[in-house]
Design a binder for this molecule. Structure first.
Ligand SMILES: C[S@@+](CC[C@H](N)C(=O)[O-])C[C@H]1O[C@@H](n2cnc3c(N)ncnc32)[C@H](O)[C@@H]1O
Length: 306
């Protein structure tokens, strides 16, 4: 019987080809050995997401320490993801003694800033790596709109790919600030781009009124979100969202629409997108595949064209 460390190292070996292109990738996804832990490499820091109701025991920390050593990673942190609100002050984050609070790492030539204490994700959703790469290759001389921008990963990919201009929209001021910091970390001039702290639906209504148009839109909403306008829920809001996007697309523009909503299986998602396309006069070009290092992946994507 192989130990968890041996099994997980075998997973790491499978991902060697990713390591040659990027310092950021998923090492272990949902192996349930002995509990559900997902492990990401974010440059010099290993991230352990621990899915369990009870706090981790000492053997989990020993495991993190051993695994990090085996991979020659100087730092690690572990975040407990399931804490059903019993005690909001319960400790959920542990780290190796020298683990930085802020650091940077590269994914496919682009530098991203990571932060330990700004929400449950440290700054980059790794399951969108292939889509960011796609955006980089489809942005040349285009006007690109990144909705639900978070830390601006898609905007950075677009600028790297030669976008004429990017517009990033997120309801969280701290994420918009983080996006600007990521632009600066890559020596991109923030004055040449737009950054809006706004509800996406408000922004799209305003853009439609002002007759702003885009060549490429990335729309990757959370399943559930809050803004000043109220609660965003993908199940109730996806039609109005894609409808508003369709109204600000130039002719032959593309819309990358993604969701991780668990209740929609790939087939349900495809059916909904086909109906939307028919009703809104869009074309479904493709349902791009999910990344292979996420197993199973919840990420579903549709590429629409006007
Ligand atoms: C799933 S993440 C988006 C991930 C991002 N597309 C990426 O790949 O990096 C969710 C983001 O949506 C933002 N958000 C949630 N509801 C929003 C709303 N109604 N309008 C604008 N932004 C919203 C959150 O602040 C958060 O940054």
């Amino acid at each position: 019987m192989n130990s968890p460390v041996e099994l997980w190292l075998r997973e790491t070996n499978k991902r060697k080809s990713l390591a040659s292109k990027s310092e950021c990738y998923r090492i272990v996804d949902k192996l349930n050995l002995p509990v559900d832990i997902r492990i990401d490499r974010l440059g010099e820091v290993l991230s352990f997401h621990y899915f369990n109701e009870s706090p981790p025991e000492s053997e989990i920390f020993e495991f993190a320490e051993t695994f990090a050593k085996q991979l020659n990673q100087p730092h690690w942190f572990l975040r407990q993801m399931i804490n059903r609100g019993k005690d909001p002050n319960q400790k959920v984050l542990w780290k190796s003694p020298e683990c930085p609070e802020l650091w940077s790492a590269i994914e496919n030539e682009i530098t991203y800033i990571f932060k330990l204490n700004e929400g449950t994700s440290p700054g980059l959703f790794l399951d969108q790596r292939m889509r960011r790469e796609w955006v980089k290759h489809h942005s040349k001389d285009r006007k690109v709109l990144n909705l639900f921008g978070y830390t601006g990963g898609f905007s950075l990919a677009a600028v790297f790919g030669g976008a004429k201009k990017t517009v990033t929209v997120d309801a969280g001021a701290r994420y918009v600030e983080w996006t600007k910091q990521n632009f600066e970390a890559n020596a991109f001039d923030t004055a040449e781009h737009e950054f809006w702290t706004a509800d996406v639906l408000d922004y799209l209504e305003g853009a439609q009124k002002r007759e702003h148009k885009f060549d490429l839109i990335i729309c990757d909403p959370p399943s559930f979100g809050r803004s000043k306008r109220g609660t965003f829920k993908i199940e109730k809001d996806y039609e109005i969202l894609v409808d508003l996007c369709s109204k600000v697309m130039n002719s032959k523009a593309q819309l990358v629409f993604s969701t991780n909503f668990e209740s929609w299986k790939q087939k349900d998602f495809e059916k909904k997108c086909q109906v939307l396309a028919k009703n809104l006069g869009l074309h479904v070009k493709e349902f791009p595949s999910a990344p292979t290092d996420f197993n199973p992946s919840l990420l579903k994507t549709c590429l629409f064209q006007s």
